[in-house]
Write a protein that binds this ligand. Structure first.
Ligand code: SF4
Length: 235
């Protein structure tokens, strides 16, 4: 059987193996403390990393701590995070999030998530304003080493092109499908996520993917059924 006609489960595991050999294996270590990660992820929406970091640092320099940020006047906080896109939408999201955490936990700290089962932690996080499944899974995997799979644009696009998920599958459903197939080990899930991200940035780009150089091309539906046959005029 042609490799690209293999079942989705086998393709997912082969993708993991092939990317493991193409990219450096990584250790799963906390990048930033959990509150930093949560608020930075909100700031990063449609914003590059340098501008997000600038906004984060300016905000904490001006308002000192999370209590200060929570109680800051709207215009002043919007000005502090003005290097990000849509600061006017982010101010109420951030302040409401801080208020909810304070009200529910008595302090602005989310370290308690470490001790919650995955489903409860996901439920708790996704009720915060501006926190969807992608942000919640990033936080739970990167900071608390929980076995979840953040489905960002790269994981989603490559999974669809290779044929691990179908064309009509939503990002939420893709999360469940990938989790069912991949090893339930946070280190493996982290490597799969980061390798897909790197591959999506360098090879399987949105426009003009570099299929001839891609380690996944023998199992990839898009390459075998479209690109190789010259059907894809846009590529
Ligand atoms: S073969 Fe092309 S479309 Fe398929 S994963 Fe590689 S770069 Fe993406």
């Amino acid at each position: 059987m042609d490799a690209h006609k293999l079942p989705a489960e086998e393709k997912a595991l082969m993708t993991h193996d092939l990317l493991n050999s193409a990219y450096k294996r990584l250790r799963l270590e906390n990048r930033r403390e959990p509150m930093h990660e949560l608020i930075s992820t909100m700031l990063s929406h449609r914003t590059n990393h340098a501008d997000e970091e600038k906004a984060y640092n300016t905000m904490l320099e001006r308002f000192k701590d999370w209590e200060g940020v929570m109680n800051a006047p709207f215009e002043e906080l919007a000005d502090a995070i003005a290097t990000t896109r849509y600061p006017g939408q982010k101010v109420p999201q951030i302040q409401e999030t801080l208020r909810i955490i304070k009200e529910e936990r008595g302090e602005i700290n989310i370290d308690f998530l470490e001790h919650l089962p995955v489903e409860e932690a996901m439920k708790w996080l996704t009720k915060l304003p501006g926190v969807g499944p992608k942000t919640a899974t990033l936080l739970l995997l990167f900071n608390f080493k929980k076995p979840v799979m953040p489905v960002d644009t790269h994981v989603f696009r490559i999974s669809q092109r290779v044929g691990i998920i179908g064309a009509k599958v939503t990002a939420n459903k893709a999360h469940d499908l990938l989790l069912d197939i991949l090893p339930s080990d946070p280190v493996e899930l982290y490597n799969f996520h980061i390798h897909m991200l790197r591959h999506g940035q360098r090879i399987c780009t949105f426009y003009s993917p570099k299929c001839e150089r891609c380690v996944l091309n023998s199992i990839c539906n898009y390459y075998q059924d479209v690109r190789k046959k010259g059907i894809d005029k846009a590529a």
